[in-house]
Design a protein around this ligand. Structure first.
Ligand SMILES: *Cc1c(COP(=O)(O)O)cnc(C)c1O
Length: 474
């Protein structure tokens, strides 16, 4: 394809995307396809004769789009908001168009330095001190794995340079709660700590926040038993009910015992753009690493996960590789992001943050987050005030966990009832929500915060929910 052909096809694609986004509301929220339906609609072998960009666009519309669950749809309340703002999409397109290679500062100085700048902008915008320096990772899962590798090497006094974990005399222990994201467990296992050395600390039964007192006792027990506490992962906005572990109290324990504290704020980090929400991670300055995803609620198109550390020297010491072909004369003066994580090559991801903050601006982003907090409170109030409905966890942010509990319906029957009405809504394509298990019983997580979701959509959702849940019963 020549640049001239690209120009023509590119304009058509952009027009198509703009129409697609404008008309999103007319599509079903959840993909209405059966397993293998998309796969079977495609040729089983790669095309041998070239196809036009126009034909590709037809196929995109006809064959691909039906297989998309529309997370940009205003009636999407599943999992978490995964906003892909159009401003950041432009930055992503620019990044692709430039075709850069990030493997060293020299391979694209702008890639490195824009990343430094936007990470520092976001540091300031979330109220973090100058002690933090950041980079962009693909996901919070990668950030958590990186953090636990840093913890492992600190706790083991650089076992990687000796016999590795296999020669370390004391088993190293990781602490988190059952509310933590599955990526925390996965990271602990991949980093070699082993399931036996993973402690799920007791939580407050209502808020689901880690009980610092229990952490303190468990750490003391482990030390007495000759084990080495290595890391605590605190959830700031947990996956299930968006619970907030008490970071300040946890940090105090971690600091006292030299335990690495990683703060997983993947979802709720966006809220820290609002000064009035920052009490939710009070004490965060004493952590060792923080990650959060602008690609969730804030709306900088996936993938864009921020990872901040205080001790950059330690980070680089653990992650550094320095093959001869990547060395240059300015190495002492510049940042090498390949030493900040696992991959060598990186995309110019900083451009999407740069575009997002440049075009939409922080004021409009903050206004939208505040709108969503308002909508969440309003929705929770409606549910609380309605007969036979319950809000099951504190609504500190934008996740509202609810259940319809008609009189006399309990246990398995209640589970069946919950799943029946939720599935009916999800199947209808009118709205989408994630059912989830809390204390052994199914409930419904309503995650509010899609860019296009207004109060009118929340009102429609509440109407829909009541119709589907109460219809057959009353
Ligand atoms: C979404 C989420 C993650 C995982 O994020 P990825 O970027 O998809 O890896 C981890 N922790 C929490 C609390 C989350 O909400």
């Amino acid at each position: 394809m020549t640049p001239e052909e690209f120009r023509q096809a590119g304009h058509e694609l952009i027009d198509w995307i703009a129409d697609y986004r404008s008309n999103l509301e007319q599509r079903p929220v959840r993909a209405q396809v059966a397993p293998a339906q998309i796969k079977n609609s495609l040729p089983s072998e790669a095309p041998t004769s070239p196809r036009s960009a126009q034909q590709m666009l037809y196929d995109l519309e006809d064959k691909i789009v039906p297989g998309i669950t529309q997370v940009q749809h205003p009636m999407h309340f599943g999992w978490f908001p995964s906003n892909a703002s159009l401003a950041s999409t432009l930055g992503d397109i620019a990044s692709s168009g430039l075709g850069t290679l990030g493997i060293s500062w020299e391979s694209c100085p702008a890639l490195t330095e824009v990343e430094e700048v936007v990470c520092d902008w976001l540091r300031q915008l979330t109220g973090l001190s100058e002690n933090w320096e950041g980079c962009i990772q693909d996901t919070a899962s990668t950030s958590c794995l990186t953090a636990l590798l840093l913890a492992r090497e600190r706790a083991s006094e650089f076992s990687q340079n000796k016999g590795g974990l296999q020669s370390h005399p004391h088993a190293m222990v990781i602490y988190t709660t059952a509310e933590a994201h599955s990526s925390v467990i996965k990271s602990a296992l991949l980093a070699g700590f082993g399931k036996d050395n993973l402690r799920l600390i007791e939580m407050d039964p209502l808020s689901r926040a880690m009980r610092a007192q229990n952490l303190k006792e468990q750490v003391a027990n482990d030390i007495r038993a000759g084990l080495k506490p290595a890391a605590v992962v605190a959830s700031v906005g947990s996956t299930g009910v968006t619970a907030f572990d008490p970071v300040a109290e946890i940090a105090e324990i971690a600091t006292r015992h030299g335990i690495w504290l990683h703060v997983d704020a993947a979802m709720a980090g966006s809220a820290m753009l609002l000064p009035e929400c920052r009490h939710l991670w009070e004490g965060v300055e004493a952590a060792d690493s923080i990650s959060w995803n602008p690609h969730k609620w804030m709306g900088t198109i996936l993938d864009c996960s921020l990872f901040y550390v205080r001790d950059v020297q330690h980070l680089v010491r653990v992650m550094s590789t320095n093959p001869s072909y990547l060395r240059s004369t300015v190495d002492a003066e510049v940042r090498q992001y390949r030493d900040w994580g696992i991959p060598l090559g990186r995309r110019f991801r900083a451009l999407k943050l740069w575009y997002h903050l440049g075009i939409d601006g922080i004021d409009s982003i903050r206004e939208r987050l505040r709108r969503d907090l308002d909508n969440s409170r309003w929705f929770a109030q409606q549910v609380e005030a309605a007969k036979d409905w319950r809000v099951l966890a504190p609504v500190d942010l934008q996740t509202v966990c609810i259940r319809h509990e008609p009189p006399g319906v309990t246990g398995e029957a209640l589970d069946q009832h919950t799943l029946a009405w939720v599935n009916a809504i999800n199947q209808s394509g009118e709205a989408f929500m994630s059912p989830s298990i809390l204390d052994g019983r199914w409930m419904l997580r309503v995650s509010i915060g899609v860019e296009a979701t207004t109060r009118a959509h929340i009102e429609r959702l509440w109407q829909l929910i009541r119709q589907r849940a109460q219809g057959p019963i009353s």
